[in-house]
Design a protein around this ligand. Sequence first.
Ligand code: C2E
Ligand code: CA
Ligand code: CA
Length: 610
Amino acid sequence: MFTENRKEIDPQPSAQETPAFSGPAAARPEDNLALLGSATIMMVDDEPITMEVIQTFLEDAGYERFRLIEDSRLAFDEILELRPDILLLDLMMPNIGGFEILEKIRAHPQIGYLPVIILTSSCEAETKLQALDKGATDFLAKPVDPSELALRVRNTLAAKAYQDQLAYYDPLTNLPNRRLFLDRLQWSMRQADRQGSHLAVLHITLSQFKRVYETFGPEVSEQLIKLVANRIQDCVRSSDLVGYNSAGEKDSNVLFRIGGSEFSVLCTQLQQTESSAKAAARILDAMQSIFDIGGTEVQMPPSIGIAGYPGDADDIESLTQKAVIAAAQASEKGGAGFEFFSGEMNIKSLQRIHMEADLRHAIANNELLLYYQPKVSVKSNAVVGVEALIRWRKPNGQMVFPDQFIPLAEESGLIIPVGEWVLKTACAQLAAWQAQGIWISIAVNLSAKQFYAGTMIDTVSRIIDESGIDPSYLTLELTESLLMDDTSLAVGTLRGLTELKSKISMDDFGTGYSSLSYLKSFPLNELKIDRSFMTGLNASRQDQALVSAIVYLAHEFGLSVVAEGVEDPSQLAFLSGIGCDQYQGYLFSKPVPVAEIAPMLASQGIQRRV
Ligand code: C2E
Ligand code: CA
Ligand code: CA
């Protein structure tokens, strides 16, 4: 059910001024001015007189460049050669008919996105449907009405985003993309306001898609996306619930490819938002049967999130965001299903939004702090280093742990300033220790966003210089999955970091890909065995064998091995037996504030550099 507390849930009231839209395939007025005159309009019609009349009308509307083709057999080559911005295409022609040309265009990788307005004297719904199926952008009835012609041509050109042909359409599926979706949504919201109707955004995600991608690679995945797009498209087209424009005609732009494996369906002219559940159910139904990709059968259960207007949000940003949140909620429940954006979700997302806003101020307000957890030598039980672990103390005293805000910081980009703060603070601490003759290493966690930001090496280099530390005592911890995301880019960045003389540690080893072969290609110094292995050490012989093998291999590759999450003496005894170098865990100490580290060092005897 929907809540009516719109004022409370809207995260960004009046976030942006609504631009004026001129029609369904809306563009801003200033774009339209740029479109006039410079666009090349091609016409293919066996009646020259029709084309001349249309040209005259369009010249009146400000267009200057035309190409008229009488012989339909020449049309396709001419289109390829000239690359017009729009094609006005007659259906009934001798030799080659309009449908055939349209099909050829849509199948061609370079001109597949060309907007095609079909000129038809037939008012038959069936012909129109057939043309839509084959990818017609719009229709014009003959004889042509000048103002309608100008409007259609202008809107069509706008949709095509004259300057950037790919701006509005996804080349793989030929579906309109996120940009056009937002434009269309904006227009539809206004329409809903005028008519007092409702609309709903259905956000469709495919949680299994990642698996297919990882198993079969990009080519097969693209093939699958096409199949999925076609199936949803068919379902949406045959549905009586979605896709009517104000004239009561079927609208071709109701399904959008929003991202890699994300689609959105726009349901307009609803009596109530809840009606869109039927459309969602039909999509679920249509997606149930198996997809055949090159002989392999896969299932793609979709998760659909629904947000409605009016009711869930006031602007396109928050409406789409809420559909995404609802889809995530549906996905969490597992399997195929749909969810409405509910009151409970409102509250959750609101908390997130507040948290992000609060986190923005956390650095300036001195709310962030570092705890340190000792890294201990297995042989001597002496502290040889510490890992810096971030904490956030809210003004009300509440302590927030990194698992609760690091993912948010990553998504919002705040991880860049937060990560820089961590590095600076840790290096300042290291400098202070080094000044006192305490030579222990300090480890700092880096997140993927930071690592791939492109400024990583400069930032680390600058902070090392500014703090005046001996960089060989700084270790940067990177997770295994982070490095596997883009191995060649990772190797490059790692090399740059190694040149700064800092050490690199592979964190959480064993949780991700566990591809030991990559240990060779990455310039690493240390490997941290994930703490999930420790729990099994006492009971599971398999875990024991695994940990032994990891330690053995790491040593073969010249890496030092740290075991994480060591909680009891028997685990430590095992690690000692297999020659693990260091350990970390509650057995020795939890992460503690810096003041508590000093006494530990004192009781161990401070490590002095020889
Ligand atoms: P991590 O790098 O694997 O850090 C170790 C986590 O395990 C810490 O949780 C630590 O408190 C916990 N831990 C240590 N010993 C034991 C033990 O014996 N048993 C158990 N059950 N847990 C133990 P924490 O501090 O909550 O950090 C969680 C994660 O947050 C870290 O995992 C790290 O991935 C991330 N993180 C922490 N600080 C930062 C930071 O400054 N930047 C970034 N990007 N990520 C950070
Ligand atoms: Ca770590
Ligand atoms: Ca770890």
